[in-house]
Design a binder for this molecule. Structure first.
Ligand code: PMV
Length: 355
């Protein structure tokens, strides 16, 4: 067995490894956002989305079957999971058990290096790693597409973290029967031209978000008059984004990503009541990004369900961008942090996990 099996080569565990597996996955940042579900149970999105998987903040998740145990035991960052976090993991394991025809409970141990719940997509790396470790642990033989579909059920954005580099998550056929819609909604890699991108991550608040993305999405779709226009324009953004990526045109990629993200936040601001994730520190960083552009440095911002800003730029400019953003963050918040990320790998199993 290769030491570093990519997700595209996921097979049933080797003899002696059944019942245990450890997987690593990285978060991804959407350049074309997923916002809004058309089916909450199946986690079917209203729009296609496209992201870059990062090379920082991995989540490592170990799953061990415990056939005698009366219930699942879940540990997140060394602490027993409870409440909604526990419910989501157990519901996900139920899905895997149903497919594997198993009733065995599991012991799950997950170490997250991304600040949980801060709009830095900890759920993406978390559920991508859990999908891979649990499916391998329960002996399911999934290819990367099937793994992406499964990860989607834990958290929509996790479907994209199955893949490294850039990935598009297809919403899947609308108005189709459940099984067909489910089959069609998965991520796949996106071809990219000569692009050497970096994402400068400005953490202006590492605390948990005030409104969960699930709640915020529902409220936006149900009440925001700006939601439908954004969803329509997002489809055009995706088409343009794919062309810009293929052409290796970083300026175009950045412009499209920034307008798509600001548009998504506009839909939330128009929801009733408004959902506002952006803070004064977010706006300070946005001003800094504009300043960089005025100085001739191509830099573009994107924000998710939280106040933190990810700044897309050329890798060659990343140190300068990071330094400028760091200065702004230092003035805005005492305990902020800025780091540079590049494109990262897809989810993978760690070797020897079953021994
Ligand atoms: O997968 P969720 O439920 O954490 O939703 C993530 C949504 C955004 O991060 C805001 C956008 C995206 O496409 O990742």
């Amino acid at each position: 067995m290769r030491a570093d099996r990519p997700a595209t080569l996921v097979h049933a565990p080797e003899p002696g490894t059944t019942g245990r597996a450890t997987a690593v996955a990285h978060p991804n940042i959407a350049l074309i956002k997923y916002w809004g579900k058309r089916d909450e149970h199946l986690v079917l999105p209203r729009v296609d989305s496209l992201s870059m998987t990062l090379d920082v903040f991995p989540t490592t998740t170990r799953v061990r079957l415990a056939p005698e145990a009366p219930h699942d035991t879940v540990t997140l960052d060394g602490r027993p999971a409870e409440g909604e976090a526990l419910r989501r993991v157990v519901a996900f394991l139920d899905l895997v058990r149903e497919r594997a025809g198993s009733a065995a409970r599991a012991v799950v141990d997950s170490e997250n290096t991304v600040p949980t719940g801060a709009g830095l997509a900890s759920s993406a790396s978390g559920f991508a790693a859990l999908a891979l470790a649990a499916s391998a642990g329960y002996g399911l033989d999934l290819d990367a597409t099937a793994l992406s579909r499964l990860a989607r059920r834990g958290s929509g954005s996790a479907s994209r973290s199955v893949f490294g580099g850039f990935a598009v998550w297809h919403a899947g056929p609308d108005r189709a029967a459940a099984a067909e819609a489910d089959r069609g909604s998965h991520a796949e890699p996106v071809p990219v031209g000569d692009l050497d991108p970096a994402l400068v991550v400005a953490v202006v608040d590492a605390g948990p978000k005030t409104v969960s993305s699930r709640t915020a999405m529902r409220r936006t779709v149900d009440t925001s008059p700006l939601y439908e226009p954004w969803a329509v324009s997002s489809a055009d953004d995706l088409t343009e984004m794919r062309a810009a990526l293929l052409a290796g045109d970083l300026e175009a990629v950045g412009e499209i990503a920034e307008r798509n993200a600001l548009g998504m936040h506009a839909t939330m601001l128009a929801a009733r009541p408004a959902v506002r994730y952006l803070s004064p520190a977010t706006l300070t960083v946005l001003d800094t990004v504009l300043g960089l552009r005025r100085d001739g440095v191509p830099a573009y911002a994107t924000m998710d369900a939280g106040p933190n800003v990810k700044v897309l730029c050329r890798r060659a400019d990343a140190d300068r961008v990071a330094e400028t953003v760091r200065e702004a963050v230092r003035e805005a918040v005492p305990d902020g942090a800025v780091l540079v990320a590049g494109p990262g790998p897809g989810a993978r199993l760690l070797p020897g996990a079953g021994r």
